[in-house]
Design a binder for this molecule. Structure first.
Ligand SMILES: Cc1cc2nc3c(=O)[nH]c(=O)nc-3n(C[C@H](O)[C@H](O)[C@H](O)COP(=O)(O)OP(=O)(O)OC[C@H]3O[C@@H](n4cnc5c(N)ncnc54)[C@H](O)[C@@H]3O)c2cc1C
Length: 485
């Protein structure tokens, strides 16, 4: 019988456990925080339950127009006749989540899944260790599934305190409705909570870094939502990026990057989710290591193809680092960098091939004066090199700029390493390419320059992507960035 060990009891983990058990596997599910995972305990189920109450409140508020009157003398308005007991709402939310979690546990047990409460970790490819209250337990496995989910992202200068600066996992501990809630982040989660608390009766300000809410969704739908928000008195601050959230007694202060300050009684951070920290940090560390080492190795290269081979390693490091940073901007930049890097590198290798064929050697010392021998090869190599070195306005500049500025904002410690990698690589490549293109050579001019149309088409695309990203491509990057998380 196949031994399946699953780490993480959210929908990813428990659904897989049920299927594996139904297919005859011997299944062990290790979960640390409660079956159903974040989906059931803190994210999906609680937020939809809260929204269900909010919808009832909206219905009641709008019932006056339908002829429904409150109070014995028919004179009480719905605004004053009903109010929300948030402690009761939250108690119901948590109770429902807890019951659903127990139902899932019962279904799993019914299917013969062994449930272990503890924190799982891999111990080689075929063993999982669970840190349980009673001590460590070890499970041998033929198949291991890691389904450990994600957790709310927070900004470096906005540390949740669980009382007034909150993530969405913490709002269910509130026993009173916030007087004024500032929601930072206007994606689906931010918009959902802003709308729900507004309907429950709180004053709500939604801070959106983009020019509209739901930046990743359909623009028409977002417009409808904004219209509804403004009709219901919810304030949306567009193009407002929150820099920090701090607390001064009972007041929270949200500072925007243009210097404005928004105050409120509470702040909800809804700036996305991130997966377990470890893989992200490891990606960042290995990415930086590759970029820095490859940049120094560039200096030692004598062969033109190896030179640009090491440059590719440097750029893979930058891309890996960006994916490790995570979040919509860094992921977007990493995807853009993958595109512009491959377009540029294909041009460079094409031209470098012609250059070494013309010179009869791949040794860079033997390649000189390419512009004189063949202007298309010479300029193809020079422009390709400038593009890959991140010179504006080529697209590599745009993606590297995004990665660098995101790193500066979120992980400033990484900035010097990135700058070293970029600076060392710049000098290393430029010093070697410059004499190959413009150096002295007594080789005769080629009677016919090779057809390098694909080279210049690719470089033109890289140039365009530095100035303008077509909306469909940008949307595709955004959707992919969201999937990556
Ligand atoms: C506010 C909000 C609302 C949402 N609403 C919806 C919605 O309406 N519809 C929808 O489809 N999706 C919704 N989502 C998304 C949905 O919650 C996620 O897609 C879903 O939770 C992902 O499931 P998962 O199993 O991958 O991870 P999770 O649900 O996060 O479960 C992972 C589990 O693994 C456990 N775990 C982590 N590390 C370890 C370890 N080392 N050892 C043991 N256990 C570990 C965690 O404690 C957790 O129990 C919402 C998300 C948010 C934030």
């Amino acid at each position: 019988m196949t031994r399946v060990v699953i780490v993480g009891g959210g929908p990813g983990g428990y659904e897989a456990a049920l299927v594996a058990a139904q297919l005859g596997g011997e299944v062990t599910l290790i979960d640390s925080d409660g079956l159903g995972g974040s989906a059931v305990l803190t994210d999906c189920v609680p937020s939809k339950t809260l929204i269900a109450t909010a919808e009832v409140m909206t219905g009641v508020r709008e019932s006056y127009e339908l002829g429904i009157r409150f109070g014995a003398r028919n004179d009480a308005s719905p605004e004053t006749a009903v109010h929300v007991d948030l402690a009761a709402v939250n108690a119901r939310v948590l109770d429902l989540a807890d019951r659903q979690s127990r139902d899932i546990g019962a279904r799993l047990a019914d299917q013969g899944v062994t449930i272990v409460r503890g924190r799982g970790r891999l111990d080689g490819p075929e063993r999982v260790i669970a840190d349980c209250d009673a001590g460590e337990r070890s499970f041998d496995a033929d198949v291991v599934l890691i389904a450990t989910g994600a957790h709310p992202r927070v900004l470096p200068d906005s540390v949740p305190d669980g009382e007034r600066i909150l993530t969405w996992t913490q709002v269910y501990a509130l026993d009173r409705l916030p007087e004024k809630l500032v929601v930072v982040g206007s994606g689906v989660t931010g918009a959902e909570f802003a709308s729900a608390y507004n309907a429950l009766g709180a004053e709500v300000v939604l801070v959106s870094s983009r020019d509209r809410v739901l930046p990743g969704e359909d623009a028409d739908a977002a417009q409808v939502l904004e219209d509804v928000f403004s009709r219901r008195g919810l304030t949306v601050l567009g193009r407002s990026r929150a820099e920090s959230v701090t607390r001064d007694g009972d007041v929270v202060i949200v500072r925007l990057n243009d210097g404005r300050e928004i105050t409120g009684s509470h702040c909800l951070l809804a700036v996305g989710s991130i997966g377990p920290l470890m893989p992200g940090r490891m990606l960042m560390a290995f990415g930086l290591l590759s970029a820095v080492l490859a940049a120094f190795f560039l200096w030692r290269q004598r062969d033109i193809k190896r030179l640009f081979g090491y440059s590719s390693i440097e750029h893979m490091g930058i891309i890996t680092f960006a994916f490790g940073l995570g979040g919509p901007v860094a992921n977007f930049a990493a995807l853009l960098h993958m595109t512009v890097h491959s377009l540029t590198k294909s041009s460079i290798f094409f031209t470098a091939g012609h250059a070494s064929q013309t010179a009869g050697t791949q040794e860079m010392d033997g390649i000189r004066g390419l512009v004189g021998i063949s202007p298309t090869i010479g300029w193809g190599l020079m422009l390709g090199s400038l593009a890959i070195l991140g010179m504006p306005p080529f697209g590599v500049f745009a993606s590297e700029f995004l990665i660098l500025t995101t790193a500066m904002r979120e992980h400033p410690w990484a900035t010097p390493f990135l700058l070293i990698a970029l600076g060392v690589a710049f000098a290393g490549i430029f010093m070697k390419v410059q004499p190959m293109v413009f150096g002295e050579s007594d080789a005769p001019k080629l009677p016919h320059s090779p057809a390098l149309v694909p080279v210049f088409v690719h470089l033109a695309m890289v140039l365009v992507l530095g100035l303008y990203i077509p909306p469909a491509l940008a949307e595709w990057y955004r959707a992919a960035a969201r999937l990556i998380g």
